[in-house]
Design a protein around this ligand. Structure first.
Ligand SMILES: C[S@@+](CC[C@H](N)C(=O)[O-])C[C@H]1O[C@@H](n2cnc3c(N)ncnc32)[C@H](O)[C@@H]1O
Length: 196
């Protein structure tokens, strides 16, 4: 079975390099700074491992990713983070296994984000943090532009530009602690907590 990012894996780091320099590296740092130190961490949709260099000190860390090709590139970037091929909608971990989980630029691609939030709520301990950096549907006129844009991006690269990710997280039972709106509302840094 071919996954959306299998074919993109070879080019991903090269295509993203200018965006990393301009914006993403700082966003990754800010996002990951929200995670607790010395914790048991889970990353979902880790891609080629672009976040690895920003991980805090951890007790244990697992980076999961759907595409084996993306995971192959991630493997070259770490020897201390455990890598697992897994769908965020069906995680192969027991209940309450992690202290915190995070994802960057992933919930725009997951077919059923509510199901993935259900899984994160299951594998993260009650009271644990879930931290996300995601592109989302902005408010105002730009939102309508993104609705139209989304039709093309979904058809081309399975990427939804019209997602209301924080709202989906809330409706999935997560407690939203903070939403930091970035770049005219195109990106959100979302800090949420699993209910006790
Ligand atoms: C835009 S990339 C982001 C990769 C990385 N998080 C980053 O910030 O560079 C989206 C990633 O989500 C992964 N992905 C898509 N659907 C997924 C799912 N259902 N479960 C786990 N990962 C998924 C893709 O394979 C891809 O690696």
């Amino acid at each position: 079975m071919e996954r959306p990012y299998d074919n993109f894996a070879t080019y991903y780091d090269r295509v993203f390099r200018p965006f990393e320099r301009l914006y993403l590296a700082a966003a990754r740092r800010e996002t990951i700074a929200e995670l607790p130190e010395n914790a048991m961490l889970l990353e979902v949709g880790a891609g080629t491992g672009a976040n690895f260099e920003y991980y805090p000190r951890f007790r244990s860390a697992v980076a999961s990713e759907l595409s084996p090709q993306m995971l192959g590139h991630a493997r070259t970037k770490t020897s201390s983070i455990a890598l697992t091929q897994a769908d965020a909608q069906q995680l192969p971990f027991p209940d309450d296994r992690f202290d915190a989980a995070f994802a960057t630029l992933v919930f725009c691609t997951i077919p059923d984000p509510a199901r993935a939030f259900g899984e994160l709520s299951r594998v993260v301990k009650p009271g644990g943090l879930i931290v996300l950096f995601e592109h989302v549907r902005p408010s105002g006129i730009l939102g309508y532009v993104f609705d139209v844009l989304s039709r093309a991006t979904v058809a081309l690269i399975d990427d939804h530009f019209d997602r209301r990710t924080a709202e989906t997280a809330r409706l999935s039972g997560l407690e939203i602690i903070e939403i930091r709106s970035k770049a005219f509302g195109i990106f959100n840094l979302i800090v949420a907590r699993v209910g006790a």
